[in-house]
Design a protein around this ligand. Structure first.
Ligand code: MG
Length: 249
């Protein structure tokens, strides 16, 4: 009954609007004029929350490091209990494939036992294109410079909030990255941008990167390939990763 009345009221409002439009001499085009039917977006099975959608490349499914390379070839990190863990000193891992614009899902965990402080506590990092770091750090009650805390774009962008879980708990990053574009002469056409959700909370909102991550000094772009391997950092803390998947955009 109520619904009937509402739809009657809706119909009345629509007739009034149409009458007003034709009275003012501005006949609106039929609604079909602004409908888009093609091309139809590809159908993707989104799977369960956090799991890889059907069109994603699974970079780590908990079993092996077949998608990864180590400093000297073989990746020297430990695989156990569905996770891959930094072996301090073994070096960074890079993907065998290169990527440009991507959506990336990564789950990570810092050691349950708190050792060290500031940048020395659960430090690792997700380096997009091997160059642009989204910081991984145990930022639960761990003061450090804020453009170096978890979910910062290291030394460039402070996260909007600290959405960290405690040490030993699994955390998620969902990252949307647009690679920088360079012109034929190697000049910067458009900078890289990144959006990051930390444990589902927006922490970086389409921020512009000033250049590749540097520890000292100011970042500066230099032309590079359209696709480069993703890198995970060995910062000599036993940080673990699992359920890593990526979608090329
Ligand atoms: Mg780091």
């Amino acid at each position: 009954m109520l619904r009937d009345r509402r739809s009657m009221a809706g119909g009345l409002i629509l007739s009034v609007l149409m009458a007003a439009a034709s009275a003012s001499g501005q006949e609106l085009p039929p609604p079909e004029k602004t409908e888009v039917w093609k091309p139809v977006p590809a159908t993707v099975d989104p799977s369960r929350h956090g799991q890889a959608p059907s069109d994603a490349i699974v970079l780590f499914d908990g079993k092996d490091l077949s998608e990864w390379r180590g400093r000297d070839g073989e990746p020297g990190w430990k695989v156990a209990d569905g996770a891959m863990t930094v072996v301090p000193g073994a070096g960074n891992l890079t993907t065998k494939r290169g990527f440009g614009d991507v959506q990336l899902h990564v789950e990570w965990r810092t050691p349950a036992e708190i050792v060290g402080e500031s940048q020395g506590r659960g430090n690792s990092g997700v380096f997009l294109m091997g160059l642009y770091e989204v910081q991984v750090l145990d930022s639960w009650q761990n003061p450090t410079y804020v453009n170096g805390q978890a979910a910062s774009v290291y030394k460039q962008h402070v996260p909007l909030v600290n959405a960290s879980r405690g040490p030993g708990e699994w955390q998620t990053y969902d990252i949307i990255f647009t690679a920088p574009r360079f012109d034929a002469d190697g000049g910067l056409e458009s900078p890289a941008t990144v959006t990051v959700l930390h444990n589902g909370v927006l922490v970086q909102n389409h921020v512009k990167l000033e250049g590749p991550t540097v520890f000292r000094g100011a970042p500066r772009y230099e032309a590079h390939a359209d696709r480069l391997p993703l890198m995970l950092q060995d910062h000599r803390n036993e940080v673990s990763y699992r359920n890593i998947w990526i979608r090329e955009l």
